[in-house]
Design a protein around this ligand. Structure first.
Ligand SMILES: Cc1ncc(COP(=O)(O)O)c(C=O)c1O
Length: 454
């Protein structure tokens, strides 16, 4: 049986251990079901290139509109890479080479000077906030139309989240409202590129420079999105990516911080690698947010198909927008002028029930599902959720900020435009955009049929 390395917490410790005694595992053994792992990981999945794994994927023909690609997509190259890591016995980044190789490839792909890989998008954001030593008393600006993790990383540091309302048309943060939310305590702005579509980075950058406040892009949904010729995630002090299971580039879990600032990169590395020792000064804080070599390996092989997928999503999304724009009551989310490419992690549009015979959005979604098109209503208002409002009575927040201040905080966070947006948005996931041009036509036709059926 393979033996594992003793646990190790510092780079020097791990490097001084001898390699583990090991039994080399070959693909053949896995395919033959020689190991328990093989059944779970590989028995149906390793083989020829696959886009829609699963035992019954050819059993019943799908209605045409249902033909979105099953996610994730992988082939033998992913399996070989994982087996190489397994057989190397170097499973952690401190002694392996895959994570470092991925960091290099990813920073080149995203045109950033530095990349620090992390265990998730959440820990990428925690790393960035930790490197900036964000803490109690600091205010951090974020949009309400985002995944809850953007909020959680702020409260994890006992800092104060300050919501800035959405721009109804683009569904992104309304960057023109950021300046009004800045106070003497504002330490950071976190614009989110929701759906993988760039927020208005011109205005965000302008406000940040004017107030001398850094911004960290939450680009968790936006790998390969481009703003004015430059990938997102590289426009502010730093940008955070997620490689979680649903994301356009995935290792199941994973993340990265991108930056062009060497000092910030070193502080990020130290923060997520206790004992890292790259930065000149430490804040005295840190955590283990390292990516594993298995994640690094699968990201390297997944990266090989990312550009082609991004191109396909972009072409399909733009075509779908053309078709949907012709249907009364449907309005695709606006892309700002500076958006050269969205990552299209989601395809978002506005739904107006009046044009659909007064059909509530939930009924429209149900009929769409019945027509074989899977769609969702998207986020509900984060700033008004029980999770966020719990902060008003959180004993730590009461101790740090006081009861009166926290009561006022809830009012200050009103986002009326976002409330409206949350009632009219509809989303498709990125896999829908990996279908064919015909699929886009069928989706548009299904929507129009529902409208005319009214
Ligand atoms: C906008 C946004 N921020 C942060 C995260 C957190 O990333 P992860 O799930 O990898 O921790 C996500 C993930 O869904 C996200 O969509």
């Amino acid at each position: 049986m393979p033996q594992s390395n003793p646990p190790s917490n510092s780079p020097s410790d791990s490097e001084s251990h001898s390699r583990p005694t090991r039994t080399t595992v070959h693909r053949r053994q896995l395919l033959a079901g020689g190991l328990a792992l093989s059944t779970a990981l590989c028995s149906q999945r390793v083989g020829s290139a696959q886009t829609a794994p699963g035992p019954d994927r050819t059993a019943k023909p799908l209605t045409p509109a249902k033909r979105s690609v099953t996610w994730p997509v992988w082939d033998d190259s992913d399996a070989t890479g994982l087996l190489d890591v397994l057989n190397s016995g170097h499973w952690g980044r401190l002694s392996g080479k895959r994570v470092a190789e991925f960091e290099q490839r990813w920073r080149e792909t995203m045109q950033a000077k530095h990349c620090v890989a992390t265990s998730s998008g959440t820990t990428a954001l925690l790393t960035a906030l930790g490197a900036l030593n964000i803490g109690p008393g600091d205010e951090v600006i974020l949009p309400p139309y985002t995944f809850v993790a953007t909020f959680n990383v702020i409260t994890h540091n006992y800092a104060l989240p300050v919501f800035v309302d959405s721009d109804l048309e683009s569904m992104q943060i309304d960057a023109t409202k950021i300046a009004a939310a800045i106070t003497d305590n504002t330490k950071l702005i976190v614009p989110v590129h929701i759906a993988g579509t760039p927020a208005d980075l011109d205005t965000v950058g302008h406000v940040a420079r004017e107030h001398n406040i850094p911004f960290i892009e939450d680009a968790c949904q936006a790998p390969l999105a481009v703003w004015r010729g430059q990938p997102v995630g590289t426009h502010g002090l730093g940008g955070c990516l997620s490689f979680q299971a649903s994301k356009n580039l995935t290792a199941g879990e994973g993340g990265a911080v991108l930056t062009n600032d060497e000092d910030f990169a070193n502080r990020c590395y130290d923060f997520q690698t206790p004992g890292g020792g790259r930065a000149k000064a430490s804040s005295g804080r840190g955590s283990n947010f390292r990516m594993t070599e298995f994640q690094g390996s699968i990201l390297l092989t997944q990266l090989a198909r990312l550009e082609a997928q991004a191109k396909q999503r972009d072409e399909n999304a733009r075509y779908l927008s053309e078709l949907l724009a012709k249907i009364p009551g449907i309005k695709p989310a606006k892309l700002y002028d500076g958006c050269d490419r969205s990552a299209w992690h989601l395809y978002m549009f506005h739904y107006d029930p009046q044009a659909f015979g007064g059909r509530p959005r939930a009924t429209f979604l149900k009929e769409l599902r019945e027509a074989g098109v899977s769609a969702s209503p998207g986020y509900s208002p984060l700033n008004r959720s029980a999770h966020v409002l719990a902060l008003v009575n959180n004993p730590h927040y009461l101790k740090i900020y006081g009861r009166d201040f926290m009561a006022g905080w809830a009012e200050r966070n009103a986002c009326p435009v976002n409330d409206q947006l949350c009632q009219q948005a509809v989303w498709f996931t990125q896999t829908v955009l990996l279908g064919t041009r015909d699929d886009m036509e069928r989706i548009a036709a299904s929507i129009d049929q529902i409208r005319t059926k009214a």
